[in-house]
Design a protein around this ligand. Structure first.
Ligand code: SF4
Length: 214
């Protein structure tokens, strides 16, 4: 199967299986909460983030509140997360920049987002895709990276290089969707340790499938 047809088949089948309107599993209401939840998500599961954010969002409502936050108090709210001290420090600094330079509104370009302390490509891509419905890149997390390699869409280990491979092979208007679909597949059947190819809708076309066909 040539690449375009292969990618379209993957998108079509995963869309049917997991829904084409998949979005982030991070619970949020509004732009500020989305940004903060995504900001806190690197090296953590959505479940870990969703556990700390209700109390956090109750205490801090606007970017200005985060900018003025007492760091020790903020640390306390985030202590259930990996690297929480670094995240607290960077969140406070980013919130000050969003308040001062962007008038309290999350910037809407990859370049501006990535200038914020603690914001990498993955966080910036998710914010752009979920909030602004724009795709300047593809958010590659651990699930998306694993699935991309197993499906033969990349051979790289570095998420940025995997992203570059996907951007070459996947149509631009599908960039946001493919990330969410690969995350769903990775959590459901294409797991890190025990992949469950028998339950996978791609098991007849995936080069890593362990389903034997006669
Ligand atoms: S067939 Fe197996 S290895 Fe391939 S994507 Fe599905 S679960 Fe992953």
């Amino acid at each position: 199967m040539e690449n375009g047809q292969y990618v379209n088949t993957i998108l079509e089948r995963l869309g049917r299986r997991y829904g084409r309107d998949l979005t982030t599993g991070l619970i949020h209401h509004g732009m500020t909460e989305l940004f903060v939840a995504v900001f806190l998500s690197p090296q953590c599961t959505d479940k870990q983030v969703n556990k700390v954010t209700p109390a956090l969002f109750d205490r801090y409502r606007r970017f200005d509140d985060y900018a003025k936050a007492d760091l020790r108090e903020l640390n306390g709210y985030l202590s259930g997360l990996n690297y929480y001290k670094t995240k607290a420090r960077n969140l406070k600094r980013s919130a000050a920049i969003i308040t001062g330079r962007f008038g309290g509104r999350v910037p809407d370009t990859l370049g501006e987002l990535m200038e914020l302390p603690g914001v990498g490509r993955k966080v910036a891509n998710v914010v752009l895709n979920v909030w602004y419905k724009r795709d300047e890149g593809i958010a590659v997390d651990t699930h998306c990276a694993r699935v991309s390699r197993r499906l033969g869409l990349s051979r790289r280990a570095d998420p940025h290089k995997i992203e570059a491979d996907l951007m070459r092979k996947v149509p631009k208007d599908e960039w946001g969707k493919i990330s969410n679909l690969f995350i769903a597949l990775g959590r459901d059947v294409c797991k890190a340790r025990a992949r469950q190819c028998y339950g996978c809708v791609l098991n007849d076309i995936c080069p890593s499938s362990n389903v034997r066909r006669r």
